[in-house]
Design a protein around this ligand. Structure first.
Ligand code: BEZ
Length: 238
């Protein structure tokens, strides 16, 4: 599917504001490092302009196929249950799906009954699939009818920091989403990389160039040069 990006329009047929580099290209598929486009949408919490809502915070923006479907029910319930953990990490949640606002609100009521959690984050009704097409959320080999489970982590400066895609029948892990957001924040705040299976408080990785004085100041401890290509800070503090 080719996405025409000369004059992309949102769900209300309004022109979407795009950075100049996007306007020059015939099609755009979001990539890590791109500025996420501004868009205006109807959500379960009213009309929103994405940049106004998202700027200055971390955002987990994700698509899911539809209201009143089983895997989606568990995903939304799991995120709602961990909403305060995301907020504690300066992170907002926004869902995009093809179901109407009314359908989603009724469905959220059922989720509250079933799981005893409130869905307190905005959920977009992209009923015509305009956003889904722009953001690469339609994968016709997986489904002609439904969006796949696509996830973006957008940083406070509106840059896409992470993208991942799951098929229809596999639910995402809310714990893993929060884990990678914390890893991205660690990277932004300190310059450290995070090793496989990293969790908050675990050892981090630094490049050879970072001065040891910086390491001690930021992490409250020194580093270990295990190999010329592997320098680790164990049990970082602060
Ligand atoms: C689900 O959430 O389980 C689902 C939704 C749409 C198609 C297939 C599965």
């Amino acid at each position: 599917m080719s996405i025409q990006f000369f004059a992309p329009r949102g769900p209300d047929n309004e022109l979407m504001k795009l950075p100049k580099t996007y306007r020059r290209s015939v099609s755009w598929l979001p990539q890590i490092g791109d500025i996420f486009p501004e868009f205006s949408v109807e959500t379960t919490q009213g009309k929103m302009n994405f940049w106004d809502w998202a700027e200055g915070k971390w955002t987990y923006l994700f698509s899911h196929p539809a209201a009143f479907t089983p895997v989606c029910t568990t995903e939304i319930a799991a995120l709602a249950g961990m909403h305060s953990d995301f907020e504690a990490s300066n992170t907002q949640l926004m869902a995009i799906t093809g179901s109407t606002i009314d359908e989603q609100k009724r469905w959220h009521g059922e989720i509250e009954d079933l799981f005893n959690v409130k869905v307190n984050f905005p959920c977009v009704a992209d009923t015509q699939g305009a956003l889904a097409r722009c953001f690469g959320m339609m994968h016709p080999k997986e489904s002609d009818d439904f969006m796949i489970r696509k996830s973006f982590v957008v940083g406070p400066e509106m840059k896409i920091r992470m993208i991942f895609e799951y098929p229809l029948f596999i639910g995402r892990s809310s714990e893993e989403i929060l884990r990678v957001i914390k890893a991205l924040q660690m990277r932004s705040e300190t310059g450290a990389a995070t090793p496989a299976d990293w969790a908050s408080g675990d050892s981090v990785i630094l490049d050879e160039e970072t001065p040891e004085s910086y390491v001690r100041q930021v992490f409250g401890t020194g580093s270990d040069h295990i190999r010329p290509y592997l320098r680790v800070v164990y049990e970082p503090r602060g």
